[in-house]
Design a protein around this ligand. Structure first.
Ligand code: ZN
Ligand code: ZN
Length: 425
């Protein structure tokens, strides 16, 4: 009789990006999400036919993206004159007004980054669909994840809504086909983000590490790749690269606290000119006064547009202040080696990272207003230098949040014996 030999089943493992806890990956029903048992961050989402579905959504998004950028977005009608505008006219309007940093920013966030993300995803996924790997796919896929927060089409759309409400009193606005195509792209890209299972793409390059790595008693500490989440054992003295995606491997993000502090302080300094200098000037029949961010909110309140006033106040005033205060608090708590409520502080970090990009609403609104309202002596809107300072505050706080390593919160709790005994990377 044949003797049955028990083959040990090896389970793939993954480290939580926010607290470093290592988990075994278990198969889940499609569409379900696995969360970290320690800090409740999302670990992965199980998706059936992930590559096929994401590819379909991305191809459809690229078609609509072309329509959204070539046809008129909105047309302004005033005093018998018509001013159609595309997304690109806003960029050119800012450039012509001498505001090239804003022109570059709007071009990157509303056009270039979403387009590059779509093309890179198609380049990676199309060959995988027929069982092939495209040359350089790991570098490109790593890059898709890096540019993800900088593709801000949904924030741009909110800017469009604010601009539309602001102009409704001044002139007649006709919505163009491109606007509806643009909304379509946003919906398709959100759906593609949800169906994409990054683990499946990375498994094509190299399979995820298994739990043998934990049992392995070799030298070095368990370390997770910041980009592709592969696990390794490395010595602190080594400076190796991830064998799967090529990123430099570090136990924690290098100089995390110093870098995040420098960027937060710089953002605090720029916050003053951002709020005291005018962000734009509305010139109507040769007359006009510059307005600041708070001045813009006041104007909306006087016009009785309470919901939009509240939205602009929240996105442009409350969120940047909240981000600066929260970042400073998180950095101080790590420097003071606090063990107070690590789970709540991790949640705070997650919120700061998620809401940051929405502050860009005012910048996008200005770009649309500049493009639409350029009727020479009748009416025009000019961007102000305060807008550059404000955009810099938003960008600096976004980079500061990504420079901060939330796992430092848990390292301190672990060192001080106040954390659950978990395997961490
Ligand atoms: Zn966690
Ligand atoms: Zn990697």
């Amino acid at each position: 009789m044949d003797e049955q030999v028990a083959i040990p089943t090896r389970k793939q493992i993954i480290a939580c990006r926010e607290c470093g806890t290592v988990h075994q990956m278990l198969p889940l029903p499609s569409g379900r999400t696995a969360s970290c048992t320690n800090c409740s961050a999302t670990l992965y989402r199980e998706q059936r036919d992930s590559i096929e579905r994401t590819l379909g959504l991305t191809l459809a998004a690229l078609c609509l993206f072309t329509v959204a950028n070539l046809l008129p977005f909105m047309t302004l009608k005033l005093e018998g004159r018509e001013q159609p505008s595309t997304i690109m006219t806003g960029v050119l309007g800012l450039y012509d007004a001498g505001m090239w940093p804003l022109a570059v920013l709007v071009f990157a966030a509303a056009i270039l980054m979403p387009l590059l993300k779509l093309i890179a995803l198609i380049y990676v996924l199309l060959p995988l669909q027929i069982g092939q790997r495209a040359p350089g796919m790991s570098m490109l896929f790593r890059w898709v994840e890096t540019i993800h927060p900088w593709a801000m089409m949904e924030v741009f759309l909110l800017g469009v809504i604010v601009a539309y409400v602001k102009l409704a009193d001044l002139a007649t606005i006709e919505l163009g086909v491109a606007l509806f195509a643009f909304i379509g792209v946003i919906i398709l890209m959100i759906a593609a983000d949800r169906t994409l299972d990054a683990r499946e793409v990375w498994n094509w390059v190299l399979p995820q590490a298994t739990d043998d790595l934990i049992a392995e008693m070799g030298p070095g500490r368990l370390t997770s790749c910041h980009s592709c989440n592969q696990l390794f054992r490395i010595n602190d003295a080594d400076h190796p690269k991830c064998t799967r995606c090529g990123t430099d491997l570090h136990k924690r993000k290098p100089n995390s606290v110093a870098m995040a502090w420098a960027l937060t302080v710089a953002a605090c300094i720029l916050y003053l000119p951002a709020n005291t200098l005018p962000i734009m000037t509305v010139v109507h029949f040769g007359q006009g006064a510059p307005s600041t961010i708070l001045g813009g909110v006041q104007l909306l309140i006087h016009a009785g547009m309470w919901p939009i006033a509240a939205l602009v106040f929240f996105a442009s005033v409350a969120v940047p202040v909240m981000k600066l205060v929260c970042l400073a608090y998180l950095l101080l708590s790590v420097q003071q080696r606090s063990i107070w409520r690590p789970r709540d502080r991790t949640l705070l970090y997650r919120i700061v990272e998620a809401v940051g990009r929405w502050s860009m609403v005012d910048i996008f609104m200005i770009s649309i207003l500049v493009a639409l309202v350029s009727l020479g002596s009748i009416a025009r809107i000019e961007p102000g230098v305060g807008a550059i300072a404000f955009a810099a505050v938003v960008i600096l706080t976004m980079i500061a949040a990504s420079a901060f390593d939330p796992r430092l919160i848990w390292d301190i709790a672990e060192e001080r014996g106040d954390a659950r005994q978990l395997v961490r990377a």
